[in-house]
Design a protein around this ligand. Structure first.
Ligand SMILES: Nc1nc2c(ncn2[C@@H]2O[C@H](COP(=O)(O)OP(=O)(O)O)[C@@H](O)[C@H]2O)c(=O)[nH]1
Ligand SMILES: [Mg+2]
Length: 222
């Protein structure tokens, strides 16, 4: 795990100069204990621990190979400050994607995910950030309080990506981050079409006329 004070995305060049590697910031949001740290740990370390240590504002990095490009995801995890609903602006700043995580066995956590979405809406314009709604702990289906349909419908109504996952049983964790990575790349291509080159990814609803990126967001550079 690394610590950083430089959240903004950067473009670097891999050894093969025809394949620049872009770094995108992905923030994890959601109530305490929904499995945010476990999802990051599963994705980056392919492991699961019943109890993960709480470290200060930290991020994991993971390289993701997509069809036409290689990107690096900088996955930011909270230090538990969500308990007090006090996730600060610096945490969000420059984020390209946010994962709104809830626990499928907790209706309360799903309701709170909607509040986290409102927080994000205060910080970002709608098309400025890729947002995925994530119903974690899918392995606990017997204790389910939130149906897949409920999650799906809410996500669709807000044009969010949607996926159920299990950090514990490694269900759809890679798929989640791959879908988010693809969506971010597609968004950046909309923002800077002349510098395109990314493959098409999953859609978040009808293709809109993309507005320019707001200040603080960095589009890929060749
Ligand atoms: N059954 C199950 N437990 C999980 C899963 N993900 C996390 N947990 C457990 O839920 C608790 C909270 O996980 P953690 O990742 O620390 O949540 P965070 O507070 O959102 O970062 C821990 O006991 C984890 O072992 C999952 O997919 N399935
Ligand atoms: Mg945590």
């Amino acid at each position: 795990m690394e610590q950083t004070a430089t959240p903004n995305a950067v473009a670097s060049t891999s050894l093969d100069r025809t394949h620049p590697t872009y770094t995108y910031k992905v923030v994890l949001l959601g109530n305490t204990s929904v499995g945010k740290s476990s999802l990051a740990y599963r994705y980056v370390k392919n492991d699961f621990k019943e109890s993960l240590p709480t470290v200060g504002c930290s991020f994991f990095t993971q390289t993701l190979c997509l069809e036409a490009t290689t990107i690096r995801l900088e996955i930011w995890d909270t230090a538990g400050q969500e308990k007090y609903h006090s996730v600060c602006h610096l945490y969000y700043r420059g984020a390209h994607a946010a994962l709104l995580v809830y626990d499928i066995t907790s209706k309360v956590s799903a309701d709170r995910a909607k509040l986290w979405l409102q927080e994000l809406e205060k910080e970002f314009f709608h098309d400025e950030i890729v947002i995925a709604l994530v119903g974690n702990k899918a392995d606990l289906a017997a204790e389910r309080e939130v149906t897949t349909e409920e999650g799906e419908e809410f996500a669709q109504s807000k044009s969010l990506l949607y996926m159920e996952t299990s950090a514990k049983s490694n269900y759809q964790v890679n798929e989640l981050f791959t879908a988010v990575g693809r969506s971010v790349v597609v968004d950046e291509c909309w923002a800077a079409p002349a510098q395109g080159g990314a493959a098409a990814g999953p859609s978040r609803g009808p293709a809109p006329q993309r507005p320019a990126l707001a200040a603080g967001r960095t589009a890929p550079r060749a």
